[in-house]
Design a protein around this ligand. Structure first.
Ligand SMILES: Nc1ncnc2c1ncn2[C@@H]1O[C@H](COP(=O)(O)OP(=O)(O)OP(=O)(O)O)[C@@H](O)[C@H]1O
Length: 249
């Protein structure tokens, strides 16, 4: 653990109405403040389902989730302003520019105009989008769209940031820019929970991980300790050792 607990997940299960089987079964995890926590697992393991529940987008079927800030419980209402979510799908208006998108989503968080403008320009600059700030997002490359998606998820400076595959389908430059920025905000206290299929990226980036398979947590903890315990030299080998070689599609 890097700090006090900020998310406590106890015995969470989820069965979608239309599904025969549980998508999550009895998931229990503690995530520490200021951690970079990787939720990893094969396709269909339940990562997006868990993130969606933690962000309050869908309800769990059973189990409890508590949020804390410096050891104090965080209420449902306060949670909204403390959490940021960068989904796998693009969550912006293609026909608007990055500036217009950021203004729109910033206003949804009730940011004061002057704060929103300062924050917007800072994010455009730091994510390499200033030159394109008044062009429609629909015309952007995959990497630029991912960076716009990230900027929208963090416009309100959340303490806890959830990212579902933030670097999928982007070139090395955009991947580096995104990871570098995430590291930077983590170093000033933002807790990061992220999913990825990119094992070498996750290995370098995460402090702790949970490996999920068929909706269950099959390994969790500090990466070095997990590698030692399972006698493997890297995360990819650990992943294959615990989830097997067969296809998951
Ligand atoms: N809305 C839904 N209704 C019914 N079943 C669903 C729904 N969403 C997801 N599932 C099922 O729940 C399981 C977990 O899916 P989920 O998308 O959470 O996995 P994942 O680990 O995020 O996968 P991927 O790596 O492919 O994104 C899968 O079997 C999936 O088919």
């Amino acid at each position: 653990m890097t700090g006090p607990v900020c998310i406590e997940i106890q015995n969470v299960s989820k069965k979608y109405k239309s599904a025969q089987e549980n998508s999550l079964t009895d998931v229990s995890l503690n995530i520490a403040m200021s951690d970079i926590f990787g939720l990893l697992g094969p396709n269909g393991a339940g990562k997006t389902t868990l993130i969606s529940i933690l962000c309050g987008i869908i309800p769990q079927s059973s189990g409890t989730i508590n949020f804390y800030h410096e050891n104090q419980p965080v209420s449902g209402q306060e949670r909204k302003s403390r959490i940021g979510f960068v989904p796998q799908e693009y969550a912006f208006y293609q026909e608007l520019t990055p500036r217009q998108n950021l203004d729109y989503f910033g206003a949804m968080y009730n940011l004061a105009k002057i704060d929103l403008e300062t924050r917007r320009e800072h994010l455009l600059e730091i994510l390499g989008l200033s030159k394109f700030a008044d062009k429609k997002v629909g015309s952007f490359s995959g990497g630029m769209k991912r960076r716009v998606n990230l900027a929208i998820g963090i416009i309100h400076e959340p303490d806890i940031l959830f990212l579902d595959e933030p670097t999928v389908g982007v070139d090395v430059q955009s991947r580096n820019a995104i990871i570098r920025y995430l590291r930077e905000i983590n170093s000033t206290g933002t807790t990061i929970i992220y999913t990825s299929h990119h094992m070498s990226e996750a290995e370098e980036f995460c402090k702790h991980i949970a490996l999920i398979d068929h909706g269950r947590v099959i390994a969790k903890g500090d990466l070095t300790a997990l590698r030692n315990e399972h006698e493997v030299s890297n995360l990819q080998s650990l992943f294959i050792k615990l989830t097997g070689e067969e296809y998951r599609d």
